[in-house]
Design a protein around this ligand. Structure first.
Ligand code: ADP
Ligand code: ADP
Ligand code: ADP
Length: 214
């Protein structure tokens, strides 16, 4: 199965992707996580990406599409993929279509997570992630770690992402509306979009998502 997740920053894409990937037995591919892994390993790609991310802008397509393709090429053997954070503009969506088309493959669905802006702001403000693995995600009130500042999964240090500052969040929301939202219409034209509410408990959202994908 090949699925794309869309939704504003803080909607819960990473949180849902972890459960959905497990339920559907497909790998969770997050371009944000791939960039953050490159930043912590201080690669050239990481150095380049960081300046864009800290400003709340998209990393240029030349870099992003190449990185996403490299990761997706490994996914043939993994039964498909759940893309989280890619594509993030129409040219990335076109590049993905071309890539799939040339392999005789296509997407099965685009899952659109809907959340009011005030909730997204609360989710981002309280988000804390693990230094060891940015897929280990917590929230100071909604999913507090057992010990403050310490990851329940691996014991790593929890920190607030540089780009989760209030100012950068405003910019990221603007980028979402102007550059990412248009991909929803792009995929609607292909009849692929299913929209669900991402409000409420994590497991309820997962349930809604599984139902919508059936
Ligand atoms: P995204 O990948 O869309 O940016 P995350 O999955 O990182 O979003 O979630 C953003 C923050 O909101 C995290 O701190 C996460 O723990 C929290 N969160 C995710 N889903 C929910 C939910 N259903 N209810 C409350 N908080 C949530
Ligand atoms: P969130 O879900 O909170 O928006 P992500 O982890 O998906 O955060 O993305 C963090 C940042 O990484 C983005 O603001 C952007 O700078 C960069 N990024 C991630 N995916 C892409 C992409 N497909 N194209 C360009 N930039 C990306
Ligand atoms: P369990 O203890 O049964 O394994 P979890 O620790 O996964 O359950 O979740 C406990 C509660 O926290 C649930 O109500 C769930 O909706 C919520 N929750 C789980 N993960 C997150 C998250 N990333 N962000 C916000 N709330 C979460």
């Amino acid at each position: 199965m090949r699925i794309v997740l869309v939704g504003p920053p803080g909607a819960g894409k990473g949180t849902q992707a972890a459960f959905l990937a497990q339920n559907l037995s497909i790998p969770h591919i997050s371009t944000g996580d791939l960039f953050r892994a490159n930043i912590s390993q201080q690669t050239e790609l990481g150095k380049l990406a960081k300046s864009y991310m800290d400003a709340g802008n998209l990393v240029p397509d030349e870099v992003t599409i190449g990185m996403a393709k490299d990761r997706m090429e490994q996914s043939d053997a993994e039964g498909g993929f759940l893309l989280d954070g890619f594509p993030r503009n129409v040219s990335q969506a076109e590049a993905l279509d071309e890539m799939l088309h040339s392999e005789g493959m296509k997407l099965d669905a685009v899952l659109d997570l809907e959340v009011p802006e005030e909730e997204v702001v609360k989710r981002i403000a309280g988000r804390r992630i693990c230094r060891n693995d940015s897929a280990h995600v917590f929230h100071v009130s909604y999913k507090a770690p057992k010990k403050e500042g310490v990851c329940d999964v691996c014991g790593g240090e929890l920190y607030q992402r540089d780009d989760d500052s209030e100012e950068t969040v405003r910019k990221r929301l603007e980028v979402y509306h102007t550059q990412t939202e248009p991909i929803i219409d792009y995929y609607k034209a292909q009849g692929l979009v299913v929209t669900i509410s991402a409000l409420g408990k994590v497991e309820d959202v997962t349930g809604r998502a599984m139902e919508a994908l059936n």
